[in-house]
Design a protein around this ligand. Structure first.
Ligand code: BG6
Length: 306
């Protein structure tokens, strides 16, 4: 659908507008009471969120691919129907195909409380990603609702529209902008068990202290349903990440060498981001959905001055 048609059908004066975004992808700009956000139809990829009076909350690499068929580095990749490299077929892409697909707009509105909201849809029969049906031959309907004001709520709903149960892993892979990753702390994971996936996978337990990043980190906290608070003292802010429908939390920063190995990540950018991902990572926290059943995963992001 062209931008003019999108604006005609779904635009909401002062709240939801469609325009050409980075890479030429169509994006919806949500202007809610207290803040704004932007989401691309490509991948249903949230790229920006900024509450009024605060710095941008999401980080996007200046080296990101912005091409159909390639993942975007930053913002909030929607990882689905699998999280990580453990796709069902060798050669299937890291973090699934939902982030590589073109989604369609179902509705947009200004809510009575002044927040702006949009719902995007992806149905199995409309996925144009080559090989997707071979990688994952199931009938599904995905809905992604992005609601922005002074806070940001992201809800991914999976429905099984086929005749057999299927199992998914997934993540709302939020890349947060930070002053310097070495100066921030993540509270809320104290005492939680995690798989350290840097090097050979090792089961560990977080101590009583908040998470501090001093090297490459790729921790998958299992059975974690609570909220995290990203405390950024130099920037004087706390980002609160609350969630539901999620039993895993992933904390990721590539640090120096891994950043240098990634072509879509600037060598000097690693200090400026930290991922805290609302996930269901496999195999322990995978979700099985029966025919006609559904599952919702949600993340809710608020920013507070410190
Ligand atoms: C994290 C994973 O969730 O995503 C990392 O735990 C991975 O292992 C990272 O490198 C980024 O993934 P991608 O596909 O965007 O490079």
């Amino acid at each position: 659908m062209h931008l003019s048609e999108l604006n005609e059908r779904f635009g909401v004066a002062g709240a939801v507008a469609f325009e050409q975004g980075p890479g030429g992808f169509a994006r919806a700009v949500l202007t809610g009471a207290g803040g704004r956000a932007a989401v691309l139809l490509y991948g249903a990829h949230a790229m920006e969120f900024q509450p009024d009076g605060h710095r941008p909350v999401l980080w996007v690499s200046r080296r990101s691919w912005l091409e159909a068929g390639k993942p975007i580095r930053g913002g909030v990749p929607v990882c689905w129907p699998w999280f990580g490299g453990k796709g069902p077929v060798a050669g299937s892409p890291l973090h699934g195909f939902a982030r590589l697909a073109e989604w369609t707009v179902e509705s947009a509105a200004r809510l009575p409380d002044g927040r702006a909201t949009i719902t995007l849809v992806l149905r199995s029969e409309a996925v144009r990603v080559p090989q997707a049906a071979a990688w994952w031959p199931h009938a599904f309907e995905l809905r992604y609702t992005v609601t922005a004001g002074s806070d940001l709520t992201l809800t991914l709903s999976t429905r099984n529209t086929g005749n057999d149960p299927f199992t998914i892993t997934q993540a709302l892979h939020t890349y947060f902008a930070v002053s310097d990753v070495r100066s921030v702390r993540v509270h809320g994971l104290e005492g939680a068990e995690y798989i350290d996936t840097v090097g050979p996978e090792t089961l560990r337990r977080q101590g009583p202290e908040p998470v501090a990043v001093r090297a490459e980190i790729d921790n998958v906290y299992r059975g974690h349903t609570g909220e995290c608070v990203l405390e950024d003292a130099p920037w004087g802010r706390r980002i609160r990440v609350a969630k539901s429908g999620s039993r895993s939390t992933v904390v990721w920063n590539p640090w120096i060498e891994k950043a240098a190995r990634m072509p879509d990540f600037g060598d000097d950018e690693w200090p400026h981001m930290l991922c805290i991902e609302t996930a269901n990572a496999g195999p322990d926290d995978a979700v099985t959905i029966p025919p006609a059943g559904g599952h919702d995963i949600q993340t809710h992001i608020t920013v507070e001055p410190m």
